[in-house]
Design a protein around this ligand. Structure first.
Ligand SMILES: NC(=O)c1ccc[n+]([C@@H]2O[C@H](COP(=O)([O-])OP(=O)(O)OC[C@H]3O[C@@H](n4cnc5c(N)ncnc54)[C@H](OP(=O)(O)O)[C@@H]3O)[C@@H](O)[C@H]2O)c1
Length: 291
């Protein structure tokens, strides 16, 4: 039996869907049913329910975007930095392995021309570097809290998308924003991510940090081009002149744009679809949101 925290959210919903499709027994627990921030309560639940693996997809992202974290710091810190430590305590007490949904937004840029950040690279978009959004800072802290934990997977998700139109989908965001920021990024097909989380445990790959992005990298202009090619562009795309133009006109907190290396996951025997192919699949099968 798997226990899922945050199953009511965007990422947790995709994990629920994957668990359903694979007919794996699980329970999705909400804060309103069980205060999972309290290790003793969570550990008791894990023992009573005979949970074998826990997936923590609970966290705080800010709505409509990360700028909202700048004005709700307590919740953001609690959900992203404190909660992983509490869950670790409970899983240790119940003696079960688990996995934490983390983020690639703890990096900016590339480590060197032509390269992506590996799991060994220290986050360079964090409170320690004093250059980040409050959201990214708390996600980096969340990983730091787990640095010496055993029996835990840290899955780094980055800019999720799939074929389902919606406010949280990267492709929908590009279609809906009036103006776009040109940047190069690694991105993640959300349903593949959900299956990788499950496969980590099913296939018993070594514990530790994994960058879970579709191999390759892509620019905003390239994605906008693919959207146009598929006849899904609602208008002609226009771009901010520069990052500082974007910061001045449309954002409060700095954004992470970065490229991640995916060799470690591949070496563990889990393969993800190359980035352009995954984007084509999503756009070929696009399901517009019901109005
Ligand atoms: N969405 C993205 O673009 C993205 C990208 C990379 C990484 N991530 C990470 O993925 C995880 C899930 O993100 P998401 O987009 O699925 O978020 P979401 O839609 O807001 O869902 C998160 C869930 O976490 C639970 N939760 C626990 N503590 C919370 C708090 N203090 N404030 C708000 N919700 C809280 C809630 O479930 P209950 O109330 O039912 O318990 C909520 O439904 C987060 O750790 C996030 O950092 C997300």
């Amino acid at each position: 039996m798997i226990t899922l925290l945050g199953g009511s959210g965007y990422v947790g919903g995709a994990i629920r869907k994957a668990l359903d499709q694979r007919e794996l027994p699980y329970r999705s627990i909400s804060r309103s049913e069980l205060d999972y921030y309290q290790p003793e309560k969570l550990a008791a639940w894990l023992q009573e329910s005979e949970t074998q693996f826990l997936i923590n997809a609970a966290g705080y992202t800010g709505r409509p975007n990360v700028d909202a974290c700048e004005s709700d710091k307590c919740n953001c810190l609690n959900g992203n930095a404190i909660l992983p430590g509490r869950v670790a305590e409970a899983c240790k007490e119940a003696d079960i392995p688990w996995g934490q949904v983390s983020s690639g937004c703890i990096y900016t840029g590339r480590p060197a021309p032509g390269e992506g950040f590996t799991e060994e690279d220290e986050p360079n978009f964090s409170f320690r570097k004093d250059n980040c959004s409050f959201y990214s800072g708390t996600k980096a802290l969340g990983e730091e809290v787990l640095a010496n934990e055993e029996n835990v997977y840290i899955w780094r998700l980055r800019i999720p998308f799939n074929e389902l139109d919606g406010a949280r989908n990267f492709l929908s965001k590009l279609m809906r924003y009036a103006k776009l920021l040109e940047a190069e990024n690694s991105i993640t097909q959300l349903d593949e991510f959900a299956n990788v989380c499950i496969d980590s445990w099913v296939k018993q790959i070594p514990y530790g940090i994994y960058n879970i992005t579709n191999p390759g990298h892509i620019t905003t202009r390239q994605v906008a081009g693919l959207i146009t090619e598929h006849g899904l562009a609602p208008h002609e795309f226009s771009f901010f002149e520069s990052e500082s133009d974007f910061m001045q006109k449309a954002a409060i907190a700095p954004r992470s744009n970065c490229v991640l290396n995916t060799d470690k996951l591949e070496a563990a025997g889990i393969h993800m679809t190359p980035i352009e192919e995954a984007l084509h699949q999503a756009l070929d099968n696009w399901v517009p949101e019901a109005s």
